[in-house]
Design a protein around this ligand. Structure first.
Ligand SMILES: *Cc1c(COP(=O)(O)O)cnc(C)c1O
Ligand SMILES: [Zn+2]
Length: 414
């Protein structure tokens, strides 16, 4: 028998079970497939002590990640800092605020290194030698880097108009990078066809059920870093909505396995108004997701037809959370606020998370006196275009003390 605790792939709609194969839709009802585990067999064996005895990477929770053997790709990835945000607490008037800082995730500075580690380790187990993805930017970089390190061939597909940092941050690894004239949703549609024809492991198409599980590691880390406790509130940026659902799943799994107590955690979703199909559905009180044509500087979140939108909506609703969206100007303001208050330079998605949290604190949706975790998922150096005009440029002087004295005087330095 396999050492793995994975039981099957299971349809989220009709419950039909499938063997562990590179497949992602139910043959009966076209529902999405999800990895199911044998929690009963795991209970009592997967303990805090065991986890704490392992190296500080996302693989310390490997029993709850869907691979059979030891990981072979992204072995060192994950385990990013959880930062107590004291300056923002004061500024926002809240009592307990944390930042889960995946802007420094190894190796490509976004939480996508978590999902890619799992997807590529699984792809290797399945025997694939070429891996691929449809990406809004960060996924392309992560697939390219992790594939390079693992000696796999890679193809990454992106919208043609991404930020330079995202394009460079994928191309540098020697991947085959394809820019598509169109939005992410066009890229994704093409990739479904390519995946069917070429037989590659598309991390977010045919191996999506395995890929998506990698996001749970962010949630596990938050709970361990809080001292084996779930936060009362957690705010998650949403593109397809997958991360939002997997953070929720991670908490439910730790409760089921007796690793933490049920803290009644509420999950909150954040989007940019220019691409807000999920937050809109939550705010309108419906579970119907109306696809949109994305138009926002938060390109990493610009999925107009979100695959997991329905499930994210449900998680938010059932957990007692909420969703919000903010304008592009508010995204920039929040990026600056995070940088100036906490010394963290996050990408546009980070601005979305903080800005939406701020709006929900002001509206009373997020209470001021309970613990809140913000998931900051990507690095600001990759979305420089967004803030090029939002910071004070250097004042250029000669290397002369007299010239500096003039500046210091103007600044009122004594
Ligand atoms: C991909 C991405 C997300 C959200 O992804 P989901 O598709 O909702 O899981 C959030 N932040 C950043 C920076 C991303 O690249
Ligand atoms: Zn089904």
């Amino acid at each position: 028998m396999s050492k793995s605790y994975v039981r099957a792939l299971k349809c989220r709609e009709c419950g039909q079970e499938y063997p562990i194969e590179p497949t992602h839709v139910c043959e009966f009802c076209f529902g999405p497939l999800e990895v199911a585990y044998d929690y009963d067999r795991l209970k009592g064996k997967f303990t805090r002590e065991l986890i704490e005895s392992r190296p500080q990477t996302m693989w310390r929770y490997k029993e709850l990640l869907p691979i059979d053997g030891e990981p072979t790709v992204g072995v060192q990835n994950g385990y990013t800092p959880l930062v107590r945000a004291r300056n923002l607490e004061k500024y926002l008037g809240v009592s307990e605020l944390y930042i889960k800082n995946d802007s420094v995730c190894y190796p490509t500075l976004s939480f996508k290194d978590r999902v890619v580690s799992v997807a590529l380790s699984k792809a290797v187990e399945f025997g694939f030698t070429t891996v691929a993805c449809a990406s809004t930017g960060n996924l392309a970089g992560s697939v390219a880097a992790n594939a390079a390190a693992a000696g796999l061939e890679s193809y990454v597909f992106i919208p043609h108009d991404l930020e330079q940092g995202k394009v460079l941050g994928a191309g540098i690894f020697g991947t085959k990078i394809i820019g598509i004239r169109g939005k992410y949703d066009d890229v994704n549609r093409l990739c479904s066809e390519v995946a069917g024809k070429y037989g590659w492991a598309f991390v977010n198409v045919n191996v999506r059920p395995f890929y998506a599980e990698g996001s749970k590691s962010l949630g596990y880390e938050v709970m361990e870093q809080l001292g084996w406790k779930a936060p009362k509130h957690i705010v998650v940026p949403m593109a397809s909505g997958s991360l939002c659902t997997k953070v929720d799943k991670s908490i439910k799994e730790f409760i089921k396995l007796g690793l933490i107590e049920d803290n009644g955690t509420a999950v909150y979703g954040a989007q940019a108004t220019g691409c807000s199909p999920i937050s809109k559905s939550v705010k309108e009180g419906t579970d119907l997701i109306h696809p949109v044509i994305a138009d926002t500087i938060a390109k990493s979140l610009a999925i107009g037809n979100p695959a997991d939108g329905y499930y994210a909506n449900r998680v938010i609703h059932e957990s007692g959370g909420w969703a919000e969206d903010i304008s592009d100007q508010e995204v920039v303001d929040a990026m600056k606020l995070l940088a100036e208050k906490e010394g963290i330079f996050a990408e546009t998605a980070g601005g979305v998370t903080l800005g939406c949290a701020q709006k929900m604190i002001e509206s009373g949706r997020l209470p001021r006196d309970e613990s809140i975790v913000l998931c900051i998922t990507g690095n600001g150096l990759k979305t420089q275009e967004a803030v090029l005009n939002a910071y004070a440029k250097p004042r250029i002087i000669d290397a002369s003390l007299k010239e500096f004295d003039l500046l210091a005087q103007a600044d009122g330095v004594k």
